[in-house]
Ligand binder design. Sequence first.
Ligand code: ZN
Length: 317
Amino acid sequence: MASLRSTFPALAAVLVAAGCAELKMAPVEEYPVTARRVILISIDGARADALPHLPTVHALTARGVWTDAMQTVLPALTLPAHLTMLSGRDVTQYGITQNVMDGGIAAVMRINGMSPMFAWAHSGGRRSAAIAGMSLIPAAQRAEAQAFFEVDTLVATDGDAPALANAAIALLRADTSVAIMFIHFPDADFAGHSYGWIGANGAHTTAYRAALARVDSAIAMLWREIESSVDAGHTALIVTADHGGGHGSGCNTGELATHTHCTAHPGDRLVPFVLVARDAAPGRLGGEPAITQVAATVGALLGLAIPERAARALDLR
Ligand SMILES: [Zn+2]
């Protein structure tokens, strides 16, 4: 499951013991597209080939930079993928391959100088917010998670996609100074684990498609809220995912291969990515875009200093 149990008190103790690895920041580079605010949406469990079934997001490809072939990390799991997406470092190369947050993970990240994009914003005097389901951040771990990720405002709700979108909209209205807002939609991953990403015929299951449609409607609400700000060049929107699913042979989760994920099969590993910003020339991204590049792209859009060792921002020229 996407559920991330956590032992943050233990983690905090390890952080103190591990000390503070020096984090060398690269000089801020000019980027062809800029924004005052970036909204980063992660649709948990959205396969790359789900894009046509996310009508709002799919329509945004006409005016955005996009790909249906962004590679996530291996194993293709929620926690390693999100830590990579938010830090710009492939955390699996440092042994972070489990799906449960604990003090060991925090220590590895700290020792290797990995920091989340929210910390980059913080260093640059900018505010950040994250909206996530309780499945990602259980209530008992909220305060510790907030401290670990250096996020100024953390909203964890037990609601589904519309509730998360409403929480995001309320926060955008209440705090216009937020520079980075991360929103995590768990619905499609839940549907995949419960009913399968794909059925016996190899096509998406009806339940998976229905969850995608629900998340897309929530993104449509959010888009209506921010569209004028995107048009004005103030806000940039990124929609991507942590992993796909439906090809989890050998993932050892006790689920059918069609009901889980972790492998290098394109169904598990490839995710969509769509970036909409006023000055981003629409088109399909070439090369081999990777989830490691998402964090630096957010940082570059905002003109933030980015750690030297983070993967480079996506080439938008
Ligand atoms: Zn999952």
